[in-house]
Write a protein that binds this ligand. Structure first.
Ligand SMILES: NC(=O)c1ccc[n+]([C@@H]2O[C@H](COP(=O)([O-])OP(=O)(O)OC[C@H]3O[C@@H](n4cnc5c(N)ncnc54)[C@H](OP(=O)(O)O)[C@@H]3O)[C@@H](O)[C@H]2O)c1
Length: 261
């Protein structure tokens, strides 16, 4: 079978994975951050051995940088302007996620399950292949693409989503004072936080919606669906957690989509 036929099968498989991920995450919340569960009378996470959280984040997110670049370079359009611009946008997000965000987290003494790191690492290889292969091999982007309505509107959404995501993560990280790494959770207040519990996830979802538009690609659409399938159930679990810990949590504050969900 030709690689392109395999590629389309891999895209469909990712959609199936997105729906099964959403279905499982409505029952089990991925065990990292506030949802980490310690096994009774043991220092082990119930999900098995763990590693330092900062190292885990760098390791699991980094394939979106190096593997994507490797796959992109092998494509027949890899030296064309538009595919290169699109790759830079994708890598802008992941340079922050893999190389900046982990060093801003207040993570001293915090761990993350190796199972979560391994799953995310594999996902980033899989998704990196799908995105990069589309950009430099299966997709076709003339130079005029940078003036198309899809590219312009998608880039605006992508930028708005990324600014919201980075801003909201910064607010959340700064809630915990140095030395409060164990626990230290507070109720975030103000601006988007008065509308939703997780504006960082709202921003991330908006960003990948922008990506789907600006690349106008099946790969971008599938990544947007997967991100929403992953983060919406987690936002609902975060909101439930806030309600259980903070009696003053406003009932009108939704999980991730203002006034809706
Ligand atoms: N594309 C995707 O599918 C995907 C998947 C997962 C994550 N992400 C992105 O990765 C980033 C981090 O995700 P996450 O799930 O770790 O986000 P999160 O649970 O909102 O946590 C973000 C950071 O803020 C801290 N924090 C959160 N709420 C807090 C509170 N009320 N008081 C004090 N500190 C608080 C967390 O500490 P703790 O870690 O100690 O809780 C963590 O360091 C987000 O930008 C998210 O969009 C993307």
């Amino acid at each position: 079978m030709e690689e392109e036929q395999w590629y389309w099968k891999a895209l469909w498989l990712n959609i199936i994975l997105a729906f099964s991920t959403a279905a499982s995450l409505t029952r089990i919340t991925a065990p990292y951050g506030r949802h980490t569960q310690a096994a009774p009378s043991s220092s082990l996470d119930v999900w098995g051995p763990s590693m330092p959280a900062r190292d885990g984040w760098v390791l699991m997110e980094s394939p979106a940088l190096w593997f994507t670049l490797l796959v992109f370079s092998a494509g027949k359009h890899s030296s064309e302007t538009v595919p290169l611009v699109l790759l830079r946008l994708f890598q802008l997000h992941y340079t922050h996620r893999a190389l900046i965000y982990p060093f801003r987290m207040r993570s001293r003494g915090k761990t993350i399950s190796i199972a979560i790191v391994a799953l995310s690492f594999v996902f980033n290889i899989y998704n990196g292949y799908l995105q990069a292969r589309w950009l430099s091999e299966f997709g076709t982007y003339p130079d005029t693409w940078l003036r198309s309505p899809q590219f312009i509107s998608g880039s605006l959404l992508f930028a708005a989503g990324m600014v919201t995501n980075v801003w909201a993560d910064s607010v959340l990280i700064s809630l915990r004072k140095p030395g409060e790494e164990r626990g230290g959770y507070k109720l975030p207040q103000g601006w988007l936080f008065s509308l939703v519990a997780c504006p960082n996830y709202s921003g991330e979802i908006l960003e990948w919606l922008g990506w789907a538009l600006l690349t106008w690609s099946p790969a971008g659409l599938v990544f947007f669906i997967f991100t929403a399938a992953n983060l919406i159930p987690r936002a609902v679990a975060h909101r439930r957690w806030y309600v259980s810990k903070f009696p003053e949590f406003p009932a009108s504050r939704r999980a991730v989509i203002p006034f809706v969900l």
